[in-house]
Design a protein around this ligand. Sequence first.
Ligand SMILES: Cc1cc2nc3c(=O)[nH]c(=O)nc-3n(C[C@H](O)[C@H](O)[C@H](O)COP(=O)(O)OP(=O)(O)OC[C@H]3O[C@@H](n4cnc5c(N)ncnc54)[C@H](O)[C@@H]3O)c2cc1C
Length: 527
Amino acid sequence: MNEKADVPVLIAGAGPTGLTLACELARRKIDCRIVDRADRLFAGSRAKGLQPRTLEVFDDLGVIDAVLAQGAPFPAFRLYSGSEVRWTRTVTDLLGIRPVASGTGVPYPGTWLLPQWRTDRILHDRFVELGGRVDLGTEVTGFSQDDDGVTVTLVGDGGAEQVRAGYLVGADGGRSLVRKTLGVGFEGETFESERTLIGDVRADGLEGDHCHILTSGGDLTRRFSLWSMPGTDLYQFVASVDAGSVPELTLESVRKLLEERSGRTDIVLRDLNWISLYRINVRMVDRYRVGRVFLAGDAAHVHSSASGQGLNTSVQDAYNLGWKLAGVLSGAPEALLDTYEAERLPVAADVLGVSTRLHRGNFRSPSGDERGGEPDIFQLRLNYHAGPLADQGRATPSGLRAGDRAPDAWCQDTTGRRVRLFDLFRGVHFTLLILGAGGIPTDAGSAERYGPSVHVHLIRRPGEAAGADAVVDHSGQVDRLYGFDATAGLLVLVRPDGYLGIVTERPEQVDDYLRQVTAVLQKGRAE
Ligand SMILES: Cc1cc2nc3c(=O)[nH]c(=O)nc-3n(C[C@H](O)[C@H](O)[C@H](O)COP(=O)(O)OP(=O)(O)OC[C@H]3O[C@@H](n4cnc5c(N)ncnc54)[C@H](O)[C@@H]3O)c2cc1C
């Protein structure tokens, strides 16, 4: 075995979780090594629905143009009984939930269809653009940790090697070796009586871009679904089958199943590109962190794919962990890393509950909780109110408070150029919005005070005196979404992952908060 140089972070697994985290670290100039035991990136379409919050993350990461160019709006579901079309419904109609209204601070209001192999490739290419490289064909086979680091054994074509890493992140999927080696529990249930057959094929005989739900008599429990994949002539097929009558994983068996379920012989499947049969597990960890080792994505939670939450939740894990890990490696207090589990574990528990209810309801939203309690499949209402970073400050006049997602809004700079709040948030920094002038000392958030890790913007009403660096709320959107008391003034600190850190009138509270989560304002540290 040959000793390798130390690396601050080693990531096991180059799926969407590992790749998102790798991008997050790379753009903060944190050196990381990401390995995957597979010889190539994942080739199947499986997680195909990107939720609005994930699109916002991808906007921040600099991949939104590629995601939009290569995908399409989530198609409508079309139920067939034989050849007859019974109905066509949008995903929100089908689930009985409200669509996201436009103009509410959400730049990407709908679910976006993109096969997972494309998402993985886009994230991979971004990581490479940021100077990184994925070590494919390299498996983590074991590790041990002490107070100073983690010694990880990697096995690849060239044999075994040991790497000393500051931190190890297990983004190695549902069967995570990292999780098992830590001995962290993965409690929950397995749906033993059913299996899901999924794969990618070409299909002749279908018209239109839909999720074609094929049945013989309209019975949704015996459906065979075919989803058109944007920009390709491929379809993803999905069918739930009884555990006792599992088909062979061949094109012939898939064709037979389609005919059995729909009675149709005019739809011809060919070119089986990828196929998988899986058992639905609904499980999650009881810890996201053991010492210097973290779990993220499917390594920490698995559940039904109903309502398409898995990849999205996994990306959000990485997005939450990335800035914290980079922060601590750059001098922020180590306790920041504990907030990862505190914020993300309750989210996983909710997702397990929602996806299981939707799975059992065969698309129907749980009727009991009606409108107010409808599932947040878009992940826009998800918040960290109960987490350790949201216990101070006050709410904005509109009711937003620490732990809420910071909404987007259109503004203008003082030259009249349109600018979005998300343009101000985009990047690796914190953003301090000073809403209104009154009461806030003018040097409350000056660039000199906090350094480059905090960008400061004064938000003014049209006609108010404003410096050259101010942003004008010309359309009143900031006022509507955040609330805006021009006489009192308010400081709103937005975290690098787009959640409100603190809302306060008192600059010293902003300082206290920043001391908790960044390297700035630490005693004895020159910025
Ligand atoms: C049928 C199906 C449909 C789905 N549909 C959706 C959907 O519509 N929307 C949605 O959000 N989610 C969906 N999901 C879930 C989604 O695919 C996963 O949540 C997502 O892939 C998790 O990403 P990950 O990076 O955590 O894990 P993975 O994508 O599983 O990646 C883990 C990686 O780790 C590597 N690895 C494993 N062990 C090791 C090791 N020891 N050393 C090195 N590398 C290792 C693997 O090769 C793999 O590349 C679906 C899942 C399935 C099965």
